[in-house]
Design a protein around this ligand. Structure first.
Ligand code: 5GP
Length: 191
């Protein structure tokens, strides 16, 4: 997605050889017009699938996932990383090792939000080692729901996430695929 690549080139900061900071348009401040275009692009790429729910992980996945859900006209669910006292329903749980925080979190979803009737599109901000997407798909399987595909805003193709997800049989679509941060610059696939 050319406009996304342009914004990454202009605004993202390479923090080290594997982490990109995108807090001015995606993970802290959100560029709403860009997210609207992201929603439209994912809609185009998955519109042949009978999506009933869009699933993401709090917090950085929420902005893109909301726009994707709006385009499909379906609810967006964000899976929780932290237990709250309002989570009094029966919950499904999975473990996810966080690439950026280097801790393992239990992620949780109210059991009644997904059923075996659901066809789920998983959306996330980044794909690194694939653990967040695998945790989300684990929750879908526990609920008996079908995973239609996985949509990623920024994929770091030099990490093994895509390979892992494809080995599990998932259809992965990424809007920007980064091959390296050589010389502190972002290099894209097919550049
Ligand atoms: P994975 O589970 O694929 O290893 O990592 C994906 C998750 O880690 C995403 O949900 C995202 O929040 C975070 N993440 C991974 N790499 C980066 C990065 O380079 N920058 C930022 N801001 N977040 C990242």
């Amino acid at each position: 997605m050319e406009i996304l690549k342009k914004v990454i080139k202009e605004k993202a900061k390479v923090l080290d050889e594997s982490v990109l900071k995108v807090d001015t348009f995606l993970t802290h401040q959100v560029d709403i017009n860009l997210m609207d275009l992201v929603g439209t692009e994912f809609y185009k790429r998955f519109s042949n699938k009978p999506i009933t729910k869009v699933l993401t992980l709090e917090s950085a996945g929420i902005a893109p996932a909301a726009f994707v859900a709006q385009k499909f006209g379906v609810p967006m669910i964000f899976v929780r990383k932290h237990k709250s006292i309002t989570m009094d329903k029966e919950m499904l749980e999975a473990s996810v090792h966080s690439f950026t925080k280097q801790v393992t979190n239990k992620i949780a979803l109210a059991k009644d939000l997904l059923t075996s009737e659901d066809c789920v599109l998983i959306i996330d901000d980044f794909l690194a080692q694939g653990q967040a997407a695998l945790g989300l798909s684990d929750l879908c399987h526990q609920a008996g729901a079908q995973v239609a595909g996985i949509g990623i805003v920024i994929e770091k193709s030099f990490q093994e996430g895509r390979l892992l997800l494809e080995q599990e049989g998932y259809h992965v679509e990424s809007l920007a695929r980064i091959t390296s941060f050589e010389n502190n610059e972002v290099h894209f696939l097919n550049e």
